[in-house]
Ligand binder design. Structure first.
Ligand SMILES: [Zn+2]
Length: 466
């Protein structure tokens, strides 16, 4: 009954081929949740693949329908050792995006796991079946090493509509708050900072999309006869965008800027180096908010991107003033950005700046979340990872990208610590998706060590919450 035994058993799961075996079975389930007829396969995957694995670990499991019609069910599992003891909630998703079968490298298929060198190919190996398999096998190792105990209660939720944007997840968490009650949330999804750096992330940036539109009149008018007399929607749109974000990528309106960078966030970001891995694009140094490091720009600040622009016909321009223009903009934002009523406030801002003709429509929204890097749960997890790997993990206050973490951090009010087992070049959502065997093996040990340490931590970390 030692920590070392838990880590050894976790490594054995990988070295013996048990991990690959379990993941092969999972990958063979074609759980693409966007497919029309996916309901049966999604429920089957939970019922026949995940439930037996959790049953064997002593969990009580049940399938619960998604509150949104047509979206895949949830598996809820719990393993209570001491009703008065601390409880951890974990999460994973069993659905994947479509296979894109024809686009994979010759000899590879999304639905047949294949190991080539250090790469474990297959749809879902990185997102999220492989990470789920790491956590399930690490749990088994930790429970075995402690003689059948974990030292804490554990609840597990496995979702099957994540790739559709997790419809229903917030409502589901609200409706089942009792069944999901916990002191700490731990999950694995998304990438590490880079392949070689064990990473913790504590939330994610949010998304707010906007459409800007000008519909000035019916039809185009000759630019010689009417130029100088008619307002050009392309000119106005370009200038309006320029009032929101300048030519250096700096957000100009206070409405879309964060209220600053908290000291604990600044500190945790200071050690991070972004980009520089094979295949990464070169970072533009003189782009974005002046005075911020690249890591601060992507993890601690907002960015406003032009996703699409439309005016006239660039491929076949004619000598006329177009009647309409459109743009889609996307704000990626951090906690500390007040977006309440943003559509009306942005509309007013543009009107005040001299562009009353631009109609603003707020579209897709996902919340920004972030646990304070100074939270005791972060210190515990970071120390645990360092002890298991001999390396200090990178701590991202939030991902640059966006995950539905608000269901756990806001709806359930939990401190959220994510321990990713993938890496940025894993081809997630693309052909040739893969997990790195070396990272999976290390992930197994990281999680076994973390479960072990949580079992010892009676303790400060949980008590500090209560
Ligand atoms: Zn995904």
């Amino acid at each position: 009954m030692t920590r070392q035994a838990a880590l050894q058993e976790a490594a054995r799961c990988y070295d013996s081929g048990e991990f690959i075996q379990q993941l092969s079975r999972q990958v063979a389930w074609r759980t693409a949740s966007e497919a029309e007829d996916s309901a049966g396969v999604l429920a089957g995957f939970l019922e026949q693949e995940i439930r037996p694995a959790l049953d064997a670990l002593g969990f009580a499991c049940r399938l619960v329908p998604n509150p949104v019609a047509g979206c895949g069910p949830y598996l809820l599992a719990e393993r209570i050792e001491d009703a008065a003891g601390p409880t951890v909630l974990m999460y994973g998703h069993g659905d994947v995006i479509q296979g894109q079968d024809a686009a994979w490298q010759a000899g590879l298929s999304p639905w047949v796991l294949q190991v080539v060198g250090d790469r474990i190919y297959g749809r879902g190996t990185a997102d999220n079946k492989g990470q789920l398999a790491v956590n399930l096998q690490a749990l088994r190792a930790a429970i075995g090493a402690r003689g059948g105990r974990l030292g804490f209660n554990l609840r597990f939720i496995v979702e099957t509509a994540e790739e559709r944007g997790s419809p229903g997840l917030n409502d589901f968490c609200r409706d089942h708050a009792d069944a999901l009650k916990a002191d700490l949330f731990i999950a694995s999804d998304g990438p590490r900072l880079n392949a070689r750096t064990p990473t913790l992330f504590l939330g994610s940036r949010g998304i707010q999309n906007f459409e800007l539109a000008l519909d000035l009149r019916q039809g185009a008018h000759h630019s010689g006869n009417w130029g100088g007399l008619l307002r050009n929607p392309g000119t106005v749109l370009a200038a309006a965008i320029g009032r929101l974000v300048d030519g250096q990528g700096v957000i100009r309106t206070p409405l879309l800027r964060p209220d600053g960078i908290p000291e604990s966030v600044r500190e945790s970001v200071a050690r991070l180096v972004v980009g520089g891995s094979p295949g990464d694009p070169d970072i533009d140094e003189a782009w974005g908010e002046p005075g911020l490091s690249p890591a601060e720009r992507v993890f601690a600040w907002n960015t406003l991107e032009v996703l699409a622009l439309e005016c006239g016909n660039v491929k076949k321009p004619i000598g006329a003033i177009p009647p309409t223009a459109r743009a889609v903009l996307q704000l990626r934002y951090v906690v500390g950005t007040d977006l309440a009523g943003i559509e009306a406030r942005l509309q007013q801002y543009l009107a005040d700046e001299g562009f009353p003709w631009v109609r603003v429509k707020a579209t897709m929204h996902m919340a920004a979340t972030r646990l304070d890097p100074d939270d005791p749960a972060v210190a515990l997890a970071a120390a645990s990872v360092a002890r298991s790997t001999g390396r200090r993990p990178a701590i991202l206050p939030n991902l640059g990208g966006t995950i539905p973490n608000d269901a756990f951090s806001e709806v359930l009010g939990l401190p959220t610590v994510w321990v990713p087992h993938s890496y940025p070049a894993c081809s997630q959502h693309a052909p040739n998706e893969h997990l790195l065997g070396s990272v999976a093996r290390e992930g197994l040990q990281i999680m076994a060590g973390l479960f072990w340490d949580l079992g010892e931590a009676d303790a400060a970390v949980f008590a500090a919450r209560a």
